[in-house]
Design a protein around this ligand. Structure first.
Ligand code: KET
Length: 462
């Protein structure tokens, strides 16, 4: 315990008797030391006969540090673990589970890891920008091999600590080179976006996205808010499978969004965390990004392999900055490296090698696509079963068809905060308080139970 620590301050100091016969510290140097000590709220001095002692009391230097609230997404998993109910269901975090609700390691990942073991690869530091083979394939997966932006070397790709770390690198770049520029984010968006820009000291504001009346996209609101933003703002867009709503613009709407962004001289900034999880096709899910790139626009794209390769804990992703010249791309890359070096020095190698092996090998790549389709297919099946169960059980005849229109890992149920709390407190269904459920954590067997919980929360709690 800190409180047991005693320091004998006076032991080495000259002592002098005062007129009452007590011993006191004599030198002026010494009394100034004590004066300083008295100003320190964590130190108290006490006189024990001939010796003055400084006692560190049981008060922490971190007294001013308040308790942080649990994370709205990852905190849900912590609460889930603490629940002993047999019925409990974790639909909080967007992490794929099997039909048996077990975590899933993709076969192609196991194969790639076996290859890596066989080769006996070393654990030397990577360059700051990451594994070259990874950076090459990740840009190709995103833009399509042979895309002019790659051929003309106009993409600055730097391996990042998954999607989050890549977004954070880009945020730091914006803060450094576009001081005062605003990032526009959708309302609602993935909860961590705001944290990322706040921590990077990048100002942000929201554009309308979700319309609760239609449980669909507020396209007109989105367009007018992007138009109204100061020229040269960054517009954060979810490349596919918008989180949390599961609502994506149509191809025609993407074209119009690109028109407005171009008109206003804004810079599109894509967050691609679910490539392959929206449609089951890696190419189709990159079409929004490719459409913008094909217009010759400069843009940023943060990528993540947490979901589509199930590499959550490997922290593997990338930031890509498409520039109008190879020269600009080289300079941007050099600055991204400069930002990364004091933050985390260089990125981890294991996940990068897995991605390089899977995406870079035609046989493994094809196998991955099949597994990807299986995962996306399982989610589509539970989405359908949940809709069927809700429609069959809901005696009030509410239209639940919006669930079928949403895509990706999530469904945005429209449940309010108190209704979501009822889902957890009464039904042991763990979900985020914005009404989002991760269908990736749901099995066909649990759909009926979930439908009962949703109907009860929706109709009986207000
Ligand atoms: N962008 C979006 C839109 C996103 O949903 C996530 C993760 C990320 C980026 C970052 O993931 P990373 O593992 O850093 O590559 N979302 C899930 C997990 C989380 O909140 O961290 C989620 O929404 O459940």
């Amino acid at each position: 315990m800190a409180s047991t620590m005693l320091s004998l301050v006076s032991a080495a100091l000259p002592l002098q008797e005062n007129h009452k016969g007590k011993m006191n510290l004599g030198s002026s140097d010494c009394s100034s030391f004590l004066r300083k000590e008295k100003r320190n709220p964590f130190m108290k001095t006490k006189s024990f006969g001939r010796i003055n002692m400084a006692i560190a009391v049981n008060t922490s230097r971190f007294e001013g540090v308040t308790m942080a609230p649990p994370d709205p997404i990852l905190g849900v998993s912590e609460a889930f673990r603490a629940d002993n109910s047999e019925m409990k269901l974790n639909l909080g975090v967007g992490a794929y589970r099997t039909e048996e609700l077990q975590p899933y390691v993709l076969n192609v990942v196991k194969k790639a890891e076996n290859l890596m073991l066989e080769r006996g690869e070393n654990k030397e530091y990577l360059p700051i920008e990451g594994l070259a083979a990874f950076n090459k394939v990740t840009a190709e997966l995103l833009f399509g091999a042979g895309n002019p932006v790659i051929e003309q070397q106009r993409v600055a790709t730097v391996q990042g600590l998954s999607g989050t770390g890549s977004l954070r690198l880009a945020a730091a770049l914006i803060e450094r080179y576009f001081p005062g520029a605003k990032v526009l984010i959708s309302s609602p968006t993935w909860g961590n976006h705001k944290n990322i820009f706040n921590d990077a000291r990048v100002p942000w504001s929201e554009y309308r996205y979700y319309d609760p009346k239609t449980v669909g996209l507020d396209f007109d609101g989105m367009i007018s808010d992007i138009k109204a933003a100061p020229e040269g703002s960054f517009v954060l867009l979810h490349g596919c499978a918008h989180n949390p709503t599961g609502i994506d613009p149509t191809p025609e709407q993407w074209e119009k969004i690109a028109d407005v962004i171009q008109e206003k001289n804004h810079i599109p900034f894509f967050d691609v965390a679910y490539q392959g999880f929206a449609s089951g096709s890696l190419d189709a899910d990159a079409s929004s990004v490719r459409l913008f790139a094909a217009r010759g626009m400069e843009l940023l794209v943060a990528q993540s392999y947490s979901k589509n390769l199930g590499l959550y804990a490997e922290r593997i992703g990338a930031i890509n900055v498409v520039c109008s010249s190879a020269d600009a791309a080289a300079r941007v890359k050099s600055q991204l490296k400069r930002i990364a070096r004091p933050m985390y020095s260089n990125p981890p190698i294991h996940g990068a090698r897995i991605v390089a092996n899977v995406v870079g090998d035609p046989a493994l790549f094809n196998e991955w696509k099949e597994e990807m389709e299986l995962m996306a297919g399982r989610i589509k099946n539970v989405r359908q079963k949940l809709f069927d169960s809700l429609s069959a059980k809901d005696k009030c005849g509410k239209d639940w068809s919006f669930i079928l229109k949403q895509i990706g890992m999530f469904s945005f149920t429209g449940l309010s905060k108190v209704q979501s709390e009822n889902m957890t407190n009464k039904w042991h269904v763990y979900m985020t308080k914005d009404g989002r459920i991760s269908l990736a954590g749901l099995s066909l067997a649990k759909c009926e139970y979930l439908a009962d919980a949703i109907i009860d929360s929706f109709h009986c709690v207000s």
